[in-house]
Design a protein. Structure first.
Length: 189
């Protein structure tokens, strides 16, 4: 059967920018999801000139959050689906904290890049309220700038899964995530 011109087009990818604690955790989680084409760790939401360093962001003085930029195929996973998985991959009820990671750089935040994303984010957060005993503190903010983190922070878990932070924090998080979202994972995950 001959292929149509439309079937030869590459999918129109979309992006989501999310912060929910250490970007190493979120990166490892979202790399598991079917339809996710790439995950890049970085920084967003702060002030100042130039590209901040990891040390500057960790100081808590830049206003940036550690975030991941998720590139996904919306024919395989929706933006709302990405957000539902995000809300179950971290604790959206702790202000400026995820576990032992404390400071505004670890805040729960959704950076939207369109009115549609803003509306979807608000709807998802409203729907998720009943799933938590405490109020959700996740920010919904406009995306102004995204700074890619240094190369040593990209694919961090993949290259360091035996490191203490990875084995004690990320590995259990991935196990829980795989259990909750088994039907959404890439083949072999």
């Amino acid at each position: 059967m001959p292929m149509s011109i439309d079937s030869l087009k590459s999918p129109e990818f979309e992006t989501a920018l999310l912060g929910g604690g250490c970007f190493w955790c979120l990166e490892a989680v979202f790399e598991l999801i079917a339809g996710v084409e790439g995950v890049v760790s970085g920084y967003s939401g702060g002030n100042g000139q130039g590209v901040p360093s990891y040390a500057e962001v960790c100081s808590g003085n830049t206003g940036h959050a550690e975030v991941v930029q998720i590139t996904f195929d919306p024919t395989q996973v929706s933006y709302a689906g990405i957000l539902y998985m995000f809300m179950t991959s971290h604790d959206p009820t702790t202000l400026n904290r995820q576990g032992a990671d404390i400071g505004s750089q670890y805040r729960s935040v959704i950076f939207y890049n369109s009115k549609a994303q803003q509306e979807i984010a608000a709807k998802v957060l409203a729907e998720m309220r009943s799933h938590y005993a405490e109020p959700i503190v996740t920010e919904i903010s406009p995306l102004k700038v995204f700074h890619q983190a240094e190369s040593e922070h990209q694919n961090y878990y993949e290259g360091n899964n035996d490191a203490p932070y990875c084995s004690m924090v990320i590995t259990p998080k991935l196990a829980k995530f795989r259990e909750l979202h088994a039907k959404k994972l890439k083949a072999g995950e």
